[in-house]
Design a protein around this ligand. Structure first.
Ligand SMILES: [Zn+2]
Length: 454
């Protein structure tokens, strides 16, 4: 280990410790955000958007965008929470659309890539908090988490341990462009220097996850204390785990791409559908467990008052409605809807979910199409070569073009507070710590140069 590393490591941990110690639980870490946004590139359908976003020179912007929403928490500024949501992301999208036109210049492409990273962050937070963390709290039964950063710090470290050390990207943030957009979206005055500082701080969270994941004693303690949460970060069969986010993010990127080209519609396929084990079979029947929930994500942020048992129904083959509670997870502006059975799902039963107008987005754009998908409490039928396509639920789930080209999958960062109808700050940063953080960050960066174990 080099001298530089021995100096840099404690400084970086102290820095991020201060950062994370003032953040409440309920959030995805930024190692996970960078990973999920990068993974989503694997799920883009062939076409112009994939060709654009897979350009090696734009990965920097995607990954910086994927961390950016949490940067506001690091400097205790409301821009962090604002950035998580579709209203602000729409203002940025419209700025890009008004400023550039196809064919996109390099400058336009950089903004598009940053926007897509930002959108990936918001989507991941919803998927992760709305599904994975709901299960984690139920199955691990944890209360207050003393680990730095709370349960999100725990799981981000566990995910880094599962996936391996990944260096954070160099800093890139279009602060001069972004700052005035907060005035447009929320009447929030913001100095570009605040954005620059926040982005320089948030990267330390990735360093923290990398560092702590390499400490075997720390990892043994995390695995013992949070066996389900820590052990399922890389499980593709757990809804909301970081490795399941890619398809929904890719589908959302396609929606944003359409909007960049002038589309104002609300008729795209569902971004994803989610079941107990990610497949529409063997659904957990026990209504007292969040593992029994079914979920879906719509292509626009929602007006939650329009998403209710009148517009979202679950029926059995006899068209008898099953009693459910329908919840837009984060309320206004969010995409993820959990369907919670009020009594156990029946044995060996197939259900159909219908999502019908009138449902509107946060800005009152009406849903134009009915979506349906199916799931069953029975096991997946054995594979038969002569099985008719309509007998397979996974295929049937795309009857109305739902889930787009990418298979449902899902994950999240510093997130929002469950159950609120309006966006809520998930991280609180005490102003007096700002100076200390800044000094520590500068010392850390000076000592770091490039963090490297020799
Ligand atoms: Zn976040």
């Amino acid at each position: 280990m080099s001298i530089r590393f021995r100096i840099a490591l404690p400084l970086s941990i102290l820095t991020v410790g201060l950062f994370l110690s003032v953040s409440p639980a309920w959030a995805n870490g930024n190692y996970s955000h960078v990973w999920a946004a990068t993974d989503a590139l694997n799920y883009l359908e062939e076409g112009e958007l994939r060709d654009l976003l897979r350009r090696p020179d734009l990965l920097l912007m995607i990954q910086n965008g994927a961390m950016y929403p949490d940067s506001g928490y690091a400097v205790n500024d409301a821009y962090g929470e604002i950035t998580h949501w579709e209203p602000f992301q729409t203002v940025y999208l419209e700025w890009i659309r008004d400023t550039f036109q196809p064919p996109w210049t390099d400058e336009a492409a950089q903004h598009i890539a940053f926007l897509m990273g930002m959108a990936a962050h918001g989507m991941s937070d919803q998927l992760y908090d709305g599904m994975f963390l709901e299960r984690a709290e139920f199955l691990d039964g944890y209360g207050d988490v003393s680990y730095m950063g709370g349960i999100d710090g725990v799981t981000d470290t566990c995910f880094a341990a599962a996936m391996g050390h990944k260096d954070p990207p160099e800093q890139w943030v279009p602060a001069e462009v972004l700052a005035p957009l907060y005035q447009v979206s929320d009447g929030h005055t913001l100095d570009p220097a605040t954005i620059e500082l926040g982005q320089s701080l948030v990267v330390v969270a990735v360093m923290f996850a990398n560092d702590r994941s390499q400490d075997e004693k720390n990892m043994a303690e995390l695995r013992a204390s949070y066996p389900w949460s820590c052990g399922n970060q890389d499980n593709p069969q757990v809804p909301g785990s970081p490795v399941t986010h890619g398809p929904a993010i890719a589908n959302y990127w396609q929606v944003l791409w359409q909007r960049l080209h002038g589309s104002t519609s609300f008729d795209q396929p569902l971004l994803g559908t989610y079941f107990s084990t990610m497949e529409p079979y063997d659904q957990v029947q026990d209504a007292s467990s969040p593992e029994s929930w079914v979920a879906f994500a719509l292509p626009r942020g929602l007006n939650p008052s329009t998403v209710n048992p009148d517009t979202v129904k679950v029926t059995d083959p006899g068209m008898v409605e099953h009693p459910v509670q329908v919840k837009v997870y984060y309320g206004s502006n969010s995409h993820l809807v959990n369907i919670m059975p009020q009594v156990d799902w029946a044995d060996d039963m197939e259900y159909s979910v219908s999502i019908t107008p009138p449902i509107t987005s946060w800005n009152e754009i009406p849903l134009e199409t009915t979506h349906t998908f199916r799931f069953a409490t029975s096991a997946r039928p054995p594979i038969q070569e002569d099985l008719a396509e309509e007998d397979v639920l996974e295929d049937a789930a795309t009857d109305t073009d739902d889930t787009g080209s990418a298979r449902p999958s899902s994950q999240g960062g510093c997130s929002l507070v469950a159950g609120l109808d309006t966006a809520a700050l998930c991280c609180h940063f005490h102003p007096w710590l700002l100076l200390a953080l800044t000094i520590l960050l500068l010392l850390s960066r000076l000592a770091l140069g490039r963090l490297r174990i020799e």
